[in-house]
Design a protein around this ligand. Structure first.
Ligand SMILES: NC(=O)c1ccc[n+]([C@@H]2O[C@H](COP(=O)([O-])OP(=O)(O)OC[C@H]3O[C@@H](n4cnc5c(N)ncnc54)[C@H](OP(=O)(O)O)[C@@H]3O)[C@@H](O)[C@H]2O)c1
Length: 174
């Protein structure tokens, strides 16, 4: 906080190691209680979780409020579909990590065909699909390219038709 020139962090996630990019059940009581203490001291405003299961979220909520969950999710990796809806019902943000597929961004003929139909790039379509997926999704696509950053921001203005969203829904691998 000294380096950032802040006296309080707006949000801090407890990131569990799990199976690296997939969660694994196990108690988070000790580390989350430590973060809750920092919140009680006013050093952290809100707490979040990353790489967690639904039962770990429930355990954390017994300790302190959870405002966001950051898990692996994108157009083709959808094992958290149920969790997203569950969190949306509680007003908790879901922040997908690897929203574009991560180290190997998503590639698919169907996605490319749809992108051509809607005059966008495939990864813009992937981001627009996420934004349409649920109101509680907050996107953090990574890029080292200014032109990709501009493309990614422009995806927030796209509106995908129900037909396009249905075709994209067939890409899910899990
Ligand atoms: N909580 C966790 O455990 C966890 C795990 C992994 C990642 N994260 C976080 O999640 C965020 C996103 O993850 P990420 O960056 O690894 O994965 P990502 O956003 O799914 O994908 C990034 C990749 O997509 C490429 N890309 C971005 N925009 C593009 C565009 N418009 N057209 C073509 N390629 C494009 C990037 O290359 P260019 O640089 O060439 O654009 C990069 O190779 C980051 O903030 C990261 O720190 C969190």
């Amino acid at each position: 906080m000294r380096h950032l020139g802040l006296d309080r962090l707006d949000v801090v996630n407890l990131r569990l190691m799990g199976d690296v990019h997939a969660p694994r059940d196990g108690s988070l009581e000790a580390p989350f209680t430590a973060l809750a203490r920092l919140r009680d001291q006013g050093l952290i405003r809100h707490l979040g979780l990353s790489n967690v299961t639904a039962s770990q979220i429930a355990e954390a909520q017994q300790i302190a409020p959870v405002v966001c969950v950051q898990n692996h999710y994108n157009l083709v990796h959808r094992s958290d579909d149920g969790l997203i809806d569950h969190l949306a019902a509680q007003g908790i943000a879901f922040v997908p990590f690897f929203p574009l597929g991560g180290f190997s961004p998503i590639q698919s003929d169907t996605l490319s065909d749809i992108a051509r139909d809607v005059a966008a790039t495939p990864l813009q379509v992937a981001l627009a699909w996420l934004l349409a997926r649920s109101r509680n999704l907050v996107l953090i696509p990574g890029t080292a390219s200014l032109s990709h950053l501009r493309e990614n921001c422009a995806a927030s203005d796209m509106v995908l038709s129900a037909d396009v969203r249905e075709r994209l829904g067939t890409l899910a691998q899990t």
